[in-house]
Ligand binder design. Sequence first.
Ligand code: SF4
Ligand code: SF4
Length: 369
Amino acid sequence: MKKLGFGCMRLPVIGGDQSNIDIEKFKRMVDVFQSRGFTYYDTAYVYHGGKSEEAVREALVKRYDRDAYTVTTKMPMFAISERADLKRIFDEQLKRLGVDFIDYYWLHALNKKEYEKAERLEAFRFISEKKAEGKVKHIGFSFHDTPQLLDRILTEHPEAEYVQLQINYIDWDSPTVCAGDCYNVAAAHNKPVIVMEPVKGGALVNVPEAVKAMFLSRNPEASTASWAIRYAASLENVVTVLSGMSDLVQIEDNTSYMSNFTPLDDGERQIVELAAKVIKDNTFIPCTSCRYCVDGCPKKISIPDYFTLYNEHRRMHGHSDSDYYYDNVFGARGGKPGNCIGCGKCEAVCPQKLSIRKYLKQVALEFEK
Ligand code: SF4
Ligand code: SF4
């Protein structure tokens, strides 16, 4: 299998509405991806407000033979409360995707709380049964928590064949994400790893000018994203790296260096380590734009968009068009950071464990003064 998968969580949308996927554009992206020999697609029940799986059916499943692609999706552990939900959602996913079986099936975003729920509802038993029935080929889970918990889950559930982890060059030694330690735990259990967030929601594409210059001086042809994706793919135990591609330019870029993938050499690795340091010094709110926090917000605050604006605004020392977007674009769609009522629902689902309420206050202070 090639080491690049198509993450279907940042597909092109119409009119800025995340649940209105531009299917025609997505079809063209799928065609280029397939024509270059890539076949792996990763979606989830919750992506794009529940519309990503159907979009995969329209753009891929209806248009290609079943043996021409690999499709994976996930059980949203954070959105279920009783055992009957497992079957209901799984059956719905088969319908949404339009397939008889799913190649890789994951328990989505296990952490301490969701693992306890998974145990109570016997979710691992459920996915193992689906595998025995032939409705799923491989099983595993995606994970956001401590290496200690990962070790416990893999010890208690050796039937999990794969683990999906957030790995990128700035989270490798992060004390909250612990990407490096989690990777080592998976390797110790001989579990192959699928990487998510290799470019950290775009943060490793929109890097400071000093980092761009470092990359260009080593290789003027290589895109900024290529450094992040090749970094993750260079890890021995990684079988594929998911890139959440949003347009044809990204497809063409990502597939160009992943067609005949070469791992980073020692000199490139040193450049990446230096880049990580510079980026960390310039990132104020380390949000990955996964959008898990958005749907549950009673004030409909587009949290990740405001965080992106804030980071951009700080990086540009205030000389950006962030004010316009703040008031007229995101502000027109829902609440502003200053409307936050502090209920904490967003923080309960944030895989990065961000102090969202504190950050929103900071953002409001900057823009709503
Ligand atoms: S704490 Fe604020 S931002 Fe978070 S869900 Fe509640 S109202 Fe929304
Ligand atoms: S604040 Fe957390 S949950 Fe929300 S988009 Fe950012 S990383 Fe994801």
